[in-house]
Ligand binder design. Structure first.
Ligand SMILES: [Ca+2]
Length: 77
């Protein structure tokens, strides 16, 4: 019974570790100016035809210049 409990604890720890680590890794290369999509920070400077996203939220600095008209929506189509 003790072994089963230990095994369950290892599984739970592994799941929690995986769940906690993955978002950090996923966000580490995403520019915070584009919170709804994941776009790597500049440099290199990207243009709309180099990314697969359209009509996404743009906040803050907009280092890639996706929101030229400054209405908060990037790469409008
Ligand atoms: Ca815009």
């Amino acid at each position: 019974m003790k072994r089963l409990l230990y095994f369950a604890l290892v599984i739970v720890s592994f799941v929690l570790f995986t769940v906690n680590v993955q978002p950090i890794q996923a966000q580490s290369n995403c520019d915070p100016s584009y919170p709804d999509v994941c776009i790597a920070p500049a440099p290199p400077d990207l243009d709309c035809d180099e990314i697969p996203y359209r009509n996404f939220r743009v906040v803050g600095g907009d280092p890639h210049g996706f929101d030229r008209d400054r209405d908060g929506i990037g790469c409008e189509s």
